[in-house]
Write a protein that binds this ligand. Structure first.
Ligand code: 6GU
Length: 244
């Protein structure tokens, strides 16, 4: 997968070099390119924002640098398509994810959908947002998806993009050593919409607290039943909305 990120804070994405995602990059499963939006400004101050038409607090990101950045992404996609095998299928419209607290709620199923894309681009704006015409214009060439992490406010799209990238990249085939571990997680299809059961490891007695006996019994069927019950109890308590 090719992953392009446009941001005014490229340093936010340094952690992508770590751990699982860093391994995916060095294994050649993932090609990450972080771009500084200010590279597409032309004034001495490298200005990316301006006051909102109609008034109000805060600043709005100017459309021109975004337009040029997205033009360059499209040109670069076309160049790599031309390089590719001429027998290959025409590429799908590239996906452009725009993190926004006003977006559709991000979910595990969205992560799974994005994980099979050939190319993904993230446009990270600040909270007050990007001039609306950028998304309008970009929709002519990209499959634009405005996506929110949840009902709280971050300062910009960078941290949201990092969270989404981690959720997406771990689903790319070959990124996780043991794909079976994906099946039982909270919010995955295999978990049947329930939250994950509690887990324990050695020692069996720690600071006076025992691991539940059933997990030491070696009785596979009873272990499964206990885990299902606990999943249901935890889901009922913390996320009753998931039981609908
Ligand atoms: Cl995607 N962006 C921002 N700025 N705030 C958020 C968010 C995204 N999701 C939840 N809060």
């Amino acid at each position: 997968m090719r992953l392009d990120i446009v941001t005014i804070f490229p340093d936010y994405f340094a952690p992508l070099q770590l751990s699982l995602i860093g391994k995916a990059i060095s294994d050649g499963l993932l090609d990450v390119r972080v771009h500084d939006l200010r590279d597409w400004t032309h004034d001495r101050h490298r200005t990316v924002d301006d006051t909102p038409y109609g008034g109000g607090a805060g600043m709005v990101m100017k459309p021109e640098p975004w337009g040029e950045a997205l033009d360059e992404l499209l040109a670069s996609y076309r160049a790599s398509e031309a390089d590719a095998d001429s027998q290959s299928l025409p590429a799908a419209r590239p996906i452009l994810i725009v993190p926004s607290p006003a977006g559709h709620l991000f979910s595990q199923s969205m992560a799974a959908e994005f994980a099979v894309a050939q190319t993904l681009a993230f446009a990270c704006g600040r909270y007050e947002g990007i001039d609306r015409r950028v998304v309008e214009w970009a929709s002519g060439s990209f499959d634009v998806r405005e996506v929110s992490l949840g009902d709280y406010v971050l300062n910009g799209g960078e941290v949201a993009a990092l969270a989404m990238i981690e959720a997406i990249v771990r689903l790319i085939p070959g990124v996780i050593g043991n794909p079976e571990s994906l099946l039982e997680e909270s919010h995955s299809v295999g978990s049947q919409g329930l939250l994950e059961y509690p887990v324990y490891t050695k020692p069996a007695l720690w600071r006076g607290l025992r691991v539940p006996d059933v997990l030491l019994s070696g009785h596979h069927g009873r272990v499964e039943q206990w885990r299902r019950e606990r999943s249901r109890m935890i889901t009922e308590d913390r996320r009753p909305d998931l039981l609908q």
